[in-house]
Design a protein around this ligand. Structure first.
Ligand SMILES: C[S@@+](CC[C@H](N)C(=O)[O-])C[C@H]1O[C@@H](n2cnc3c(N)ncnc32)[C@H](O)[C@@H]1O
Length: 249
């Protein structure tokens, strides 16, 4: 099985996927800052992907580190900003010499950790890398999102241009709470089309387990939201949960 975010990295960045990071940068994160009365000076963006959010924060004057496991995503991230400290690494094995006022992890990146121990280790590491009073702000796909919302569309035509065609197929394993996402990519090479494939796997976690793991890591959950803009609490049929957790000051 191929690793995710290799061939797909460029198509991720050039496709509609990065609208999410733009929305988080311009709207959601500033809204959280206001709601929490929080002005971080330094920020660590875990699973920073192609770097849109981290680059946006650096342009606002924050001291930013962006970490991702995919060298191809980081290659694109480096093109977004030379002010960010880009680091290749696994967030569940995070070990940096610095501490930050804020740690973020957006767009279902935590769902890519398929074992609860990896989530627990990541939360412990986040706690160890936060300054007292600092916030961890993240979102995750819920089990409902992966098992119900995603499965309503088992096949999607995601991108369709003259030179590129992308199909996405999803399936869900109800015993393991794991969604398989298969990206089938066709790239035009002159007169011919080349076909590539990547499988991405995302696991859904019960909210109670996430909250317990945050508390065990010494992080106090604050907002647990279904809609970050209205600050509406999470409801049963929300596909995504937004969580803020604070390291006590
Ligand atoms: C859906 S993308 C989101 C990227 C970015 N946060 C955004 O909003 O555009 C998921 C990202 O998680 C990264 N990722 C997955 N597992 C990871 C891990 N264990 N450590 C660090 N990054 C990881 C992938 O390489 C990918 O860039």
């Amino acid at each position: 099985m191929t690793q995710p975010y290799q061939r797909f990295a460029r198509h991720y960045h050039e496709g509609h996927y990065t609208q999410f990071a733009r929305w988080v940068s311009e709207t959601v994160f500033p809204h959280f800052q206001q709601a929490l009365s929080f002005q971080p000076q330094s920020l660590l963006d875990l699973a920073c992907g192609s770097g849109i959010f981290a680059a946006h924060m650096a342009a606002k004057g924050l001291h930013v580190t962006g970490l991702d496991i995919s060298p191809m995503m980081l290659e694109i991230a480096r093109e977004q900003s030379s002010s960010v400290n880009w680091v290749e690494g696994d967030m569940s094995r995070l070990k940096l010499a610095e501490r930050f006022d804020c740690v973020t992890c957006f767009f279902d990146s935590l769902n890519y950790l398929l074992h609860a121990e990896e989530i627990a280790r990541t939360f412990q590491a986040v706690s160890a890398h936060l300054n007292p009073g600092g916030y961890f702000i993240f979102d995750m796909n819920t089990i409902y999102g992966l098992a119900v919302s995603w499965q309503r569309f088992p096949y999607n035509l995601n991108q369709d241009t003259e030179d590129y065609l992308e199909l996405m197929g999803t399936a869900y394993d109800y015993e393991l709470d794991i969604a398989d996402v298969r990206f089938i990519m066709f790239e035009r090479e002159g007169e011919r089309w080349a076909r590539f494939e990547e499988i991405h796997r995302e696991r859904g976690y019960h909210l109670d387990d996430i909250l317990l793991m945050l508390e065990q890591a010494g992080l106090q959950p604050g907002y647990i939201l279904g809609d970050p803009m209205s600050l509406r609490p999470l409801a049963e049929n929300d596909g995504r949960v937004w969580i803020t957790a604070q390291k006590p000051g």
